[in-house]
Design a protein around this ligand. Structure first.
Ligand SMILES: *Cc1c(COP(=O)(O)O)cnc(C)c1O
Length: 404
């Protein structure tokens, strides 16, 4: 008789988005005349840029001709895409990353969930609190997190690094030494960043402790400030301690298209064993490559037209972010993020909990956001609004909040 991976049974239910959906449905049912504005979503809304669509169409047509048809893609991605990534994301930023260190995939969620299988089960992970839930849950599934305490909402073997207004949302080195450190910068959910000088200190720390950093840079395209690194490889010696995960979802609207990549430098070694070789083996065994049409679409993201069109899209969302930031500030809220990320993280007024503020905003302004406590215990007392809505609805939502 078979048995199951009992670790799955340890996962607490993910009540966050289902509870939001239930509350919203109940409110809409009893107040059908009040139009809601949803600023809770972490998904893009603008259509894919014309240059990208054109490249995708062309690639589809190629698949219809015997002479240009392509079967299985190379495991690690087509050379045309990996070359474009190396040139634009790394070489132009002074990072020495080569094509055989790039692993094209179907997205950053899969990669950030899968990457943990390179490490032994007794490795201790450290995460920021609040956190993107995938990092913790994927390690729970692998049996690396110990037992869950529902009162404190923490796992016994996970090292938590609180990121709050008290420390400026910059994680401090933990008391216990971690083996695997997850960093997401610019951050989801807080929308905050850390300066490159601080990131360098994390790189130095990881190298000194023999730890590995899993660096999620899904929001890199939203960085506007000079002192924020676009890649962890802008830091000295990061290639011997860091894996970087990137996505085409937030910069190019690929959430439904699916494309991302992970960088595993050849200098990253554990006792002489190359993690690059391990991840190559993993891709070869478990992955048959991202679709040709999608990789051509990804290539177009780096074309001259593609870059210009995407800069406009990111600019559109960032204009929403400043509408939210300025509106909330004017209304007297304490606001973070929204400068290098499409997320605004606000402190709930007084002693209001995250969920109390959710209800207040839903009932009084008919605006839907996300309670900060859903991302971890240190998210309690905070609330996330996203800039992914339309400009008109964002302006309308802030108008409603300002007159409360
Ligand atoms: C949206 C998001 C991603 C992107 O995931 P994809 O699978 O590429 O769509 C990755 N990490 C974080 C923190 C995100 O918010």
């Amino acid at each position: 008789m078979y048995t199951i991976n009992e670790n799955y049974q340890k996962l607490p239910g993910s009540y966050l988005f289902s509870t939001i959906a239930k509350k919203v449905a109940a409110y809409t049912e009893s107040n059908p005349q009040k139009p809601l504005i949803r600023l809770g979503i972490g998904d893009v809304t603008l259509p894919i840029a014309p240059a990208v669509i054109q490249a995708m169409h062309k690639a589809v047509d190629e698949m219809a001709e015997a002479s240009t048809f392509r079967g299985y893609a190379p495991d690690l991605g087509y050379a045309f895409l990996r070359a474009a990534i190396v040139e634009n994301d790394y070489k132009q930023r002074g990072c020495q990353i080569s094509e055989d260190e790039i692993f094209v995939s179907d997205g950053a969620k899969s990669d950030s969930g899968n990457i943990q299988e390179l490490f032994s089960q007794d490795c201790r992970i450290a995460v920021t609190d609040p956190v993107y839930p995938v990092y913790v849950d994927s390690n729970v599934m692998a049996g690396r997190c110990g037992v869950y305490d529902s009162a404190s909402q923490t796992w016994s073997k996970v090292i938590y690094m609180p990121c709050t207004r008290e420390n400026g949302f910059v994680p401090e080195f933990p008391k216990e030494t971690p083996d695997i450190i997850y960093l997401c910068i610019p951050n989801n959910p807080t929308g905050t960043t850390i300066p490159k000088t601080k990131l360098q200190k994390w790189v130095d720390y990881a190298n000194a402790k023999g730890a590995v950093i899993i660096y999620d840079a899904a929001y890199e395209a939203y960085i506007t400030q000079e002192d924020v690194a676009h890649s962890i490889y802008e830091c000295k010696d990061a290639d011997s301690c860091a894996i970087e995960i990137r996505s085409f979802s937030k910069n190019a609207g690929f959430t439904g298209v699916r494309l991302g990549f992970t960088v595993v430098p050849k200098a990253l070694k554990c006792g002489g064993v190359s993690l690059n070789a391990m991840w190559t083996r993993r891709h070869g065994t478990k992955y048959n490559g991202a679709p040709y049409m999608i990789q051509r679409a990804g290539e177009a993201v780096y074309s001259k037209e593609g870059k210009a069109q995407l800069k406009e899209q990111v600019g559109y969302y960032m204009k929403n972010a400043s509408v939210i930031k300025e509106g909330l500030t004017k209304a007297g809220y304490e606001v973070y993020g929204g400068v290098n990320a499409p997320y605004i993280w606000l402190k709930t007024p007084g002693s209001m909990s995250s969920w109390e503020f959710f209800d207040y905003l839903l009932e009084q302004a008919n605006v839907v956001g996300t309670p900060g406590s859903g991302f971890g215990p240190s998210g309690e007392g905070y609330f996330r609004l996203t800039a992914f809505g339309s400009y008109e609805s964002t302006v309308e939502a802030l108008g409603r909040i300002e007159v409360l």
